[in-house]
Ligand binder design. Sequence first.
Ligand code: ARG
Length: 585
Amino acid sequence: MNATQELLKEKLQQALVTAFGAEFAGVDPVLVAASNPKFGDYQANVALSLAKRLGQQPRAIAQAIVDQLDVSDICKPPEVAGPGFINLKLTTEYLEAQLAALQADSRLGVAKAKTPKREIVDFSSPNIAKEMHVGHLRSTIIGDSIARILEFRGHDVLRLNHVGDWGTQFGMLITYLREVYPEALTTANALDIGDLVTFYKQAKKRFDEDEAFQEQARQEVVRLQAGAADTIHAWKLLCEQSRTEFQVIYDLLDIKVQERGESFYNPFLPKVVEDLEQTGLLVEDQGAKCVFLEGFTNKEGEPLPLIVQKSDGGYNYATTDLAAIRYRIQEDHAKRIIYVTDAGQANHFAQVFQVAYKAGWVPDDVELVHVPFGLVLGEDGKKFKTRSGDTVRLRDLLDEAIARARADLENRLIQEGRQETEQFKANVAKVVGISAVKYADLSQNRTSNYVFSYDKMLSLKGNTAPYMLYAYVRTQGISREGNVDFEKLGTDAKILLQEDTELTLAKHLLQLDEIISDVEQDLLPNRLCEYLYQLSDKFNKFYENCPVLKSEEPIRTSRLALCYLTARTLKLGLSLLGIQVLERM
Ligand code: ARG
């Protein structure tokens, strides 16, 4: 709900009390934004529900409220419509005054959170020595956008990369490392062992073929857990190599995330099990220590256990997440912990959260939220793969997007007879390519699967990054063409609303605040995308209908100010999606 809506709601409540008495003070006037402009900007639907209680006709009730309603400073005279709705239409003066406030505000009306909180966004989180795949890409893009939005609202956000850097696979990897790069175990320097994914596959092959190798790998796991110096050295080497590879992706995507991998929580694992034992939740089942869950059953309908310590004494993914919850609450003082992973992990988180709650580790003022997302599909509707059926390397995927953006640009330059420098072309291609990938992901409701299509995401038409970037470029084009420095125009240039398209655009500009608060709550960045798409569309309609540079003063300045405000809103909104704007493209 925005400030205008709150104000109207308050006034409606007052009118209700004046008309029918104090016992109606708590009644919600049910004020919603009107879906059809014909009904005004807002519609209150309260009369119908009061008909029985008051024993009157709804239209008469609505009229009685309207008679007591003083909204002349905000609205045109309210109208009773249909069976008993109250239609409210904002006055042009009110909208203009609101816009003036927006112009003067560097945050464009988006208030800072009244009570800033420490929030953790656990995102990206690939696994060492394994491919960072499209699922991690989604987590990275969505998690980053959520973090940006929370940061902008003034929250104290900790961006955590819960990297999979521990586990029995390291036994195999280190054994193989000893075989092929014996010097790696002794040199102090980092060593380039080439493509880690290939290395992983080769190690796996050795492991599957050779029993002696398997035994060695098991020994290596024991040595790793015991902290043997040379094994730890090898482990660090593998992590370092992966880290460098991941960083290439993060740099390309302009993403900041702090690494705090699974291994970080190793020292806290025994205490997790110990404390679960204390609370009496722990049950021993065939040598494994586990907690029985409510609401989770196996095929036979028997309750399902969450294993926290295996019969061989080892801990697992869930134990680490339990330790992480405790650390994040106790040491990081997090009030909301947001986990961005594919929907396939929904059960894992539901189980881990349940155990944490039952054990009493989650205070009332702390929220644990799993933010699930769907699969990335190829255009054939099947799991996203390369032509040869391999998993797509993220690096290749991003490079391809940039290359295609470059080809589109070169074509456009030829058509338009333009010459541009290499630097310009490289920059536009990179921004457009990367933005297209990010936006395609963010603009879908994250809970559904999405079809990865370079053609669609790079199209200049539709709900795409290039369309949005182009709307911004258009605003900048106006400033260049008219030789108007938007910044010099100032934030107090008066906006006058005359045409319908201007009013529509103005109302939309005033809604940013509401959208951002919604996303802060429901963590659905696609709502911000939809807002920006509508904004671009409304701006384009305004631009088609209202001459800007050719208008007489004071309309010329007013329209320029409207362009500038649109540009600022687009730039801010896109930046919260992790998308950079271009002055020209
Ligand atoms: N490394 C995991 C994976 O690749 C994701 C980790 C998500 N975060 C967490 N706290 N479990 O599936």
